[in-house]
Design a binder for this molecule. Structure first.
Ligand code: GLY
Length: 377
């Protein structure tokens, strides 16, 4: 078995690409397997919210807190990460560090946002409940029916499609070998790991990192499974909405040029790529409840994506036996987590240094084996 690479990364989404970029400074010879159109990365379907204040509650009581802190640390890396990527590649990733407003229209929703504000504050974050009038001063396009809002000034956003363009360019510049194929099988032996692609080609590396999405076939389907999300984009006057708005039933992410991404549904276990018209209609209705001008906004496109869900809503990061590392299951937070996940895994793989944050996300927390296709010989 002749080794061709030091590290093989399986997965061409934001996690695999960020890790490849982080690893190049070690001088390692890296192969990046990207299944491309066979398995489009969840990243291309994402809205790009960097929102630990809103996106940590899906993890159960044990992991909600570590997930929040990991997300908050990742968020703190984002301004420099975006600036460095931009300087390296000339691609503007439309990073916006201008906060998120979560809206409430009913008493129950106000109560729920108030509890959320208390939780974020108790975890050391910045979140405050403001009244509807204050929210409308910040975003005049909000509905006059807005009763209250949770203002999370630290939350941010980025454009995931621009981010993919930037990361692909960055990785290409750094001489990572890009192999545009789906990996069908991984065999781990005493001398290395061989990755066999769908076309039958075999590549051998010292170590492998599984960083594919929900349907890569390389992770056990009980532990990493698809959570399908439909979304759409509409067009409004550029600048009419400036911040991420999270209303009941939909979130709205204003991007460059007046594009507003409206997302997203959640359907666990669905692997099809059909966009459901009824789901899109419901998202539009919820969006117009939050920002009435959106009722008349022209639709630019609609799409679906498959988030990589896990049973406890937290990612799977770390070693899974000899030579095999996992960077899986980022569910709703892949874009947010990318800079921290990449830095922590690179340190683990290259130096054996384990960041404390990785403990909570260790693959060993699952009793069943996480990998489906890593055969140890
Ligand atoms: N992070 C938002 C979503 O997954 O829909």
């Amino acid at each position: 078995m002749t080794r061709q690479f030091d590290i093989a990364i399986v997965g061409g989404g934001v996690i695999g690409l960020s890790l490849a970029r982080a690893l190049t400074s070690s001088g390692a010879a890296i192969a990046l397997f990207d299944a491309g159109a066979i398995i489009p990365p969840a990243t291309s379907a994402a809205a790009g919210m960097l929102a630990p204040s809103f996106e940590s509650s899906d993890a159960g009581p044990a992991l909600g807190e570590p997930l929040y802190h990991f997300g908050a640390r990742a968020l703190s890396l984002w301004p420099d990460y975006a600036a460095a990527l931009e300087a390296e590649t000339g691609v503007n990733v439309d990073f916006r560090g201008d906060g998120t407003l979560g809206l409430a229209f009913s008493d129950d929703e106000v109560k729920s946002l108030s509890e959320q504000a208390a939780q974020v504050t108790a975890r050391g974050g910045d979140a405050v409940l403001i009244d509807g009038g204050e929210a409308r001063k910040m975003e005049p396009a909000l509905s006059p029916d807005t009763a209250a809002a949770l203002w999370a000034p630290q939350d941010a956003q980025v454009d995931p499609r621009r981010l993919l363009i930037a990361l692909r360019a960055a990785v290409k510049k750094k001489v990572v070998q890009h192999i545009p194929e789906k990996v069908a099988r991984i065999d781990v032996g005493p001398e290395g790991v061989s990755c066999t692609t769908q076309s039958g080609a075999t590549f051998v590396a010292d170590k492998v990192v599984l960083a594919g999405g929900a349907v890569s076939g390389l992770a056990s389907s009980e532990i990493v499974f698809p959570v399908k999300g439909d979304a759409l984009a509409v067009e409004i006057e550029d600048g009419a909405l400036t911040r991420v708005i999270r209303g009941p039933g939909a979130y709205l992410c204003p991007k460059a040029g007046g594009r507003v991404v409206i997302g997203a549904s959640e359907a666990r276990g669905r692997t099809d790529r059909d966009v459901d018209d009824a789901v899109i209609a419901a998202l539009k209705e919820s969006a117009a409840q939050a920002v009435p001008m959106l009722a008349d906004a022209g639709e630019l496109e609609r799409w679906t994506g498959l988030r990589p869900g896990t049973p406890d809503g937290a990612p799977i990061l770390g070693e899974a036996g000899e030579r095999v590392y996992l960077a899986l299951g980022h569910y709703r937070n892949g874009v947010l987590h990318a800079p921290a996940a990449a830095a922590d895994l690179a340190a683990l793989i290259v130096d054996g240094a384990r960041h404390a944050d990785l403990e909570s996300f260790n693959p060993s927390r699952f009793s069943a084996p996480v990998t489906a296709a890593a055969h140890h010989g």
